[in-house]
Write a protein that binds this ligand. Sequence first.
Ligand code: HEC
Ligand code: HEC
Ligand code: HEC
Ligand code: HEC
Ligand code: HEC
Length: 489
Amino acid sequence: MFFPRIFQKGINWVSRSKVSVTGAIIVGILLPVLTVSFLFDYLGFIQNPYFGFLLYVLMAPLFVLGLILIFVGTVLLPGREDLGTYTVEYLREQLSRPGRYTRVRRLIYFTVAITLFCVFLVGIVSYGTFRYTASNSFCGQFCHKVMQPQYVAYKNSPHSKVACVECHFGKDATWAERSKFTGIKQLFAVATNSYSRPILSPIDVLRPGRKTCEECHRPEKFQGFMLYSKDKFLYDKNNTKVQTIMIMKVGSGDLEGRNAHGIHWHVSEAQQVYYKAANRARTLITEVKIVEKGKKDVVFERIGGLPDDEIDISAQKRNKLRKMDCVDCHNRPTHIFLSPDEAIDQKITADIIPRYLPYIKRQAVEAVTQDYGSLQMAKIQISRRLQDWYRENYPELIQKKPGLLEKAIQGTIKAYEENVFPDMRVTWGTYKSFLGHKNGSGCFRCHGKLREKKTGRIVSSDCNLCHIVLARDQIKPDIIKILKGNDQR
Ligand code: HEC
Ligand code: HEC
Ligand code: HEC
Ligand code: HEC
Ligand code: HEC
């Protein structure tokens, strides 16, 4: 009987050293558990993010360790009998006797098969581990509390179907770069509770770059105008709807640079825009340089001094000249946090908060902008605030249609919990978008703030440079009639 004998021999080998026995026990216990777990994970039976962590980050490496221990114990560490000489002597003995090669061959086959099997297992295990640490559930849910603001905002964004790693690594990232993101340092910070709250933005580690976005969007390939429209609701009794309609001069970042113009001119191939900032958040821009092949650099510098209290000397020293890319304007393509007004407007537009409840815009904004300390407290207090106010001011309406107020309360809570995360100290305005020019930020970090060194020409902040405003916070603007054509619904 070949197999039982070889099995017996295997056990004999392993039992020669305590190290390999330990390894064998680990492998013996984990092999069936892992096999079943892999199967469950593969078939998608278990979605819990901690399951993946247990499987790929704890059990799988432990299993590999077991295999290594067996190897070390049997091959490298001599036990009762020196295995090395044992094997060599055995081979010499066998080879010197013609006609008895069969057993040697079997031994060799057996060793090769076991080695291949182990390499195969280690391969699956490390691939699994890598895939898991690169998955959305690891990024967004395992570090549950830490990533929650980013994860929730992402889930509600147009990019909710794009994996975290597709933006944060891209395709070209090396192993070393990737491991920075899924890195031990971050896990350590989470384990020791030493991470920053909120997580600071912009990020230094694997900030999405042009190549990442250009996997899917290519500003040199689209051009021209884009219509911008936004609905808002006033603070009056009827929550009157007003509309802003603009034509955005998106232009193009033409591939050869011949036609680069408008907003996407900044990402043209023909010339590069570099800038330098005096603080970590990159809101205080002190210098801009346009570099074009075959031409002299055009340098712009800041008009007037910097506000003293906002300069961050260490950041100023650390910050280098940065080449402008997509993320310098689109810094919130997926982790979109709204202002209280925008959040409530969005819920009213989607009829999640009923528009026909008098003063609901005003009352909802008032309710979500209080400081509650925790999400639980916020839910209770928002509900109480709205109930109290409507009971006092519209008792009959609430009695006749209690569902209306209940719907408004749920919608208001939703607006709050999608944007405010007391655990991570993320509140209204923590993460600012650079896409527009709210409070002089975004585009107005440069436009209107810089002057060309040589000619004194100011980087324009003309209201028609980037967009043409067709209607601004107007009730039923005329332009809507034109845009709708014959459709007068
Ligand atoms: C569409 C691309 C995209 C996807 C998908 C994406 N991110 Fe981001 N993420 C960004 C950009 C852009 C920034 C801002 C980078 C900067 O300004 O330096 C960012 C920033 C962050 C930050 C820093 C804090 C902040 O808000 O600026 C964290 C944390 C983060 N992302 C986690 C995640 C997680 C977790 C996922 C998946 C659930 C994810 N990201 C998916 C593009 C993306
Ligand atoms: C894997 C593909 C993919 C990647 C990578 C990607 N996007 Fe997108 N992006 C999409 C899809 C899909 C949409 C949704 C289109 C829609 O809803 O009309 C979108 C929408 C957008 C929009 C319009 C959002 C809106 O409010 O309508 C912007 C702006 C945008 N992406 C910018 C970026 C930027 C900047 C990056 C790089 C950080 C990026 N995208 C990376 C696929 C991608
Ligand atoms: C100078 C700032 C700036 C830079 C740099 C920039 N964009 Fe934009 N982009 C804008 C603005 C402003 C719009 C107009 C749309 C808006 O206001 O939402 C826009 C529009 C877009 C849209 C269309 C969005 C939609 O709703 O359909 C996409 C996609 C996009 N940009 C991708 C990119 C990519 C990819 C890059 C980098 C290669 C990039 N942009 C660089 C400012 C910028
Ligand atoms: C880092 C600085 C910086 C930021 C931030 C910035 N710009 Fe610019 N922008 C410039 C410079 C410099 C020029 C060239 C000015 C010149 O030559 O007079 C320019 C030119 C433009 C032009 C004219 C391009 C043409 O057709 O020649 C538009 C439109 C524009 N920017 C829109 C925007 C918008 C929209 C944003 C915000 C989303 C923005 N910019 C943010 C530096 C910046
Ligand atoms: C450098 C380019 C640039 C210049 C100059 C500029 N804007 Fe804007 N503006 C933008 C962008 C980009 C947005 C935001 C689009 C978005 O949010 O997607 C915006 C948004 C707006 C909005 C809409 C905000 C809302 O609530 O919906 C108004 C109104 C506006 N700008 C008015 C002005 C006025 C008035 C001026 C002149 C003082 C001006 N802009 C100059 C780029 C510019």
